[in-house]
Design a protein around this ligand. Structure first.
Ligand code: ADP
Ligand code: TZD
Length: 579
């Protein structure tokens, strides 16, 4: 029997949102408080959730997105209305582009006023604006629908191809009340939010037949493979078949980069030479030269190189996006890879024929030559320090601390780090992703530290760092084990450009010379270090790892060392006029 007092026990929108998130195992919110969500952040903290409060919503959103990538649970970003929402939107779009599950929850103004455009505080039709930039967008108007709203947002974010979801919560919703018991019943604990998608048997067989015909096979691992957390099966596929593999940037470490089957150091040889390529969670977008052109041995920049592709992806629409896919294998990576392994086992047993020896030998030759050349470059100790001598240190530090997470952004700082610093474990390298976007740095660092508890090392171009630099205060506030290393070469790409107009302003790519970013960290109680030599950098990084104190190392790099746009110089349009 219920007493009167019990039957009148009430709940409200604030509590229902928190209860719905918690019911679904979501324990962390990345956000920035203000009207109408300030009390939501307070109450969430009171209810035992971790609320990580940022200085700018884009960084909170990036944190949510990468938390989604690391955990397969949607990362939650919480913002205020119009401007806060827009600040978070870039990261929502970036999450969707990268196939990371995240939910951007924004408070919004009063619907009646917004829809009549009567000029409310932070008025904006946020739902309409979010829609084209994410996988799904929902609005909840009644407290009783909060459970459904959160459930739909979670499913949309993590099922199928993961992505960003927008959830619009108008201010009025939070204060709405309903009976606690009815409120509780209205919540949904999502069952099997990302159901396995088993590939069709004939699709597996088709892939197997194509693979058997290969003379120069190659496996390409993308960040979808890293996301899928099917690490053991992916390793078994590579090792059982003996096929050389290339990891995309965020798939580095899925197998240790030092693995003898890694063809990373012979990339420009294997891409044009391969005859059958298995794509595992990697799209044939610009990062893979769209699967055609000279990179793939085509005669001209749009010509097909003759490769046959087996593509493993959860999104059927990804197939044939750029070139013909002869064997599409649609399903989740775990299911597809294990089905392929089973098919290999049942047809060939233990006698699976490894790739022809001349193919493996040719790769090993190129690889060893390139690795020897790189070792020579890394051993040099020029003054001033350059990318290579600094990264030689970072390479050693990661080798000694393989559980540390490496965050990386910039142009040259990105490209050199990717090729020089070996990764040893899955999902330890987090970078600019599909868009090559600057600004992910500190948000990714904060989420990586919060989610994993492991030390985080960020290798940042000085320009790249500027996009999220204020979050060093957040890193200090939560006392996170983050060591930010800024490769400071006085500008975007380099620090040497001159003003072509001859005026007093410096060139558009040039910054204040000799800036002391280390002081920024000291301002908030962290450790700041000014390093001008590899030895100084090494000491500072070792100490940061040991102490787990927030640290920022201003590593001074030769300002002439970089190239325009790093490795993608060719994407810059050229003026037809000489002057
Ligand atoms: P990279 O940049 O490393 O080449 P992409 O982001 O281009 O990787 O490709 C990732 C691909 O992985 C996407 O096409 C996405 O649909 C796919 N994907 C993501 N998660 C899964 C999964 N669990 N199973 C299968 N495919 C997945
Ligand atoms: N804005 C955003 C959001 N993303 C971008 N990618 C750019 C601008 C353009 N851009 C690059 O592609 S790399 C880069 C910019 C501004 C910075 C390169 O300079 P850096 O690194 O100092 O970070 P290096 O090592 O000096 O090249």
């Amino acid at each position: 029997m219920t007493t009167d007092a019990q039957s009148q026990e009430m709940t409200d929108g604030f509590h229902l949102v928190i209860d719905a998130l918690k019911l679904n195992g979501i324990d962390t919110i990345f956000g920035l408080p203000g009207i109408p969500i300030t009390d939501l952040t307070r109450k969430a903290q009171a209810e035992g959730m971790r609320v990580i409060s940022f200085r700018h919503e884009q960084n909170a959103g990036n944190a949510a997105a990468i938390a989604g990538f690391m955990t397969q649970k949607p990362g939650i970003c919480l913002t205020v209305s119009a401007p806060g929402f827009l600040n978070g939107l870039t990261s929502l779009a970036n999450a969707t582009t990268n196939c990371f599950p995240m939910i951007l929850i924004s408070g919004s103004s009063e619907r009646e006023i917004v829809d009549l455009q009567q000029g409310d505080y932070e008025e904006m039709d946020q739902l309409a604006i979010a829609k084209p930039l994410c996988k799904a967008a929902f609005r909840v108007l009644h407290a009783g629908d909060i459970g459904v709203g959160i459930a739909r947002a979670i499913r949309a974010a993590v099922s199928g191809r993961p992505g960003g979801v927008y959830l619009d919560l108008p201010a009025k919703l939070f204060a709405q009340t309903m009976e606690a018991e009815a409120g509780k019943k209205s919540l949904i604990k999502v069952v099997d939010p990302a159901p396995r998608q088993i590939p069709a048997r004939d699709a597996v067989q088709r892939a197997l037949e194509l693979l058997k015909s290969a003379k120069r096979p190659l496996i390409l691992l993308g960040k979808g493979a890293a996301y899928a957390q099917a690490d053991a099966d992916i390793r078994a596929l590579v090792e059982k078949t003996g096929i050389p593999y290339l990891p995309m940037a965020m798939a580095k470490g899925l197998l240790p980069d030092t693995h003898e089957q890694s063809a990373a150091a012979a990339r420009s040889f294997v891409l044009p030479e391969a005859d059958v390529v298995i794509l595992v969670g990697a799209r044939l977008n610009w990062l893979l030269s769209h699967g055609k052109g000279k990179t793939w041995g085509g005669k001209d920049h749009k010509d097909w190189g003759g490769q046959k592709f087996i593509q493993i992806d959860i999104s059927p629409q990804e197939m044939d996006s750029n070139v013909r896919i002869d064997a599409p294998l649609v399903g989740d990576i775990g299911s597809c890879v294990s089905a392929l392994l089973a098919a290999i086992d049942s047809t060939a047993g233990s006698s699976w024929t490894k790739p022809p020896a001349d193919w493996l030998r040719a790769i090993a030759e190129r690889k060893n030559k390139n690795l020897a050349k790189m070792a020579e470059t890394l051993a040099k100790d020029p003054t001033p320090m350059n990318y290579h001598s600094a990264l030689n240190v970072v390479r050693d530090i990661i080798k000694a601390n393989p559980d540390a997470i490496l965050v990386n952004e910039g142009a040259n700082a990105l490209d050199f780090t990717r090729s020089i610093v070996d990764m040893y474990k899955p999902r330890k390298r987090l970078d600019v992703g599909t868009w090559g976007i600057m600004g992910i740095g500190m948000g990714y660092c904060i989420a990586a530290a919060v989610v994993s508890g492991q030390p985080v090392i960020a290798i940042e171009g000085d320009s790249a760092f500027g996009f999220s630099g204020m979050e060093v205060e957040t890193i200090c506030r939560y006392n996170l084990p983050v060591c930010v290393v800024i490769f400071n070469n006085n500008g975007v790409y380099r620090g040497t450009d001159v003003n072509l107009g001859g005026g007093q302003d410096v060139a558009p790519t040039v910054f204040v010379k000799g800036a002391r970013y280390d002081k920024l960290m000291e301002a908030f109680g962290g450790v700041g270090v000014h390093a001008t030599t590899p030895a100084g950098l090494r000491n500072a990084m070792e100490e940061a790892i040991r102490s787990r104190k927030p640290t920022l190392i201003n590593a001074v790099i030769d300002e002439t060392a970089g190239t325009e746009s790093g490795r993608i110089t060719s994407l810059n349009p050229q003026s037809a006029r000489k002057k």
